[in-house]
Design a protein around this ligand. Structure first.
Ligand SMILES: *[C@@H]1O[C@H](CO)[C@@H](O)[C@H](O)[C@H]1NC(C)=O
Length: 179
């Protein structure tokens, strides 16, 4: 009886850990510190330098903190990112406290809405990795912006394989509980 209870409790604990790891959602402050949304002073100060060292997963949110009276965040196409064209953004975020949830894999392009800032390097590419990459290729870093800007590279397709694996473990655990 005691043995059975022990098995059951450890299964429940395991289940809780699994749920916790699947529902993990992080708020990532861009640049890793407040007020990083500004013209970079050097290449190593740039947000893309920070982004290349970071991993972005579906469900994460990016958080910008900046002076809303002087700046804004524009989500743009790759073309508008490269040319710093602020005239027709996909999304415009204002107000000084911007949060963008990353809901798909692949690249996201952001530029400053402040006049001339994008040209001076206030821009950011975030590459969100798919669940598949997360499970089977977890240690590989996100592709660098240079790789993405190459002509032949398409964003990695989203895949449910990771979720399926997770679902299988859930089933196995549920079976354990019943036994
Ligand atoms: C910026 O984008 C708009 C809309 O796509 C386009 O009409 C305009 O010519 C572009 N400006 C430059 C400088 O490329």
């Amino acid at each position: 009886m005691a043995g059975f209870l022990k098995t059951e409790i450890s299964s429940v604990v395991l289940l809780i850990f699994l749920f916790a790891s699947f529902s993990e959602a992080r708020d990532l402050i861009i640049g890793g510190k407040p007020n990083a949304w500004r013209i970079p002073t050097s290449e190593s100060d740039s947000l893309n330098h920070w982004a290349q060292k970071s991993r972005f997963i579906i469900g994460d949110s990016l958080v910008w903190e900046y002076d809303g009276s002087k700046d804004s965040v524009l989500q743009v196409t790759k073309r508008d990112y490269v040319t710093c064209n602020t005239s027709s953004p996909i999304e415009t975020y204002t107000g000084g406290n911007t949060k963008v949830k990353l809901e798909r894999s692949g690249p996201y392009y952001f530029i400053s809405g402040a006049e001339g800032h994008c040209q001076k390097g206030q821009k950011l590419i975030v590459v969100v990795i798919s669940e598949k990459h997360r499970h089977f290729n977890g240690v590989s870093p996100a592709p660098s912006p240079a790789e993405i800007e190459g002509p032949a590279v398409a964003p990695a397709p989203t895949s449910g394989a990771g979720r399926l694996t997770g679902g299988f473990f859930m089933l196995a655990l549920a079976a354990l509980l019943v036994v």
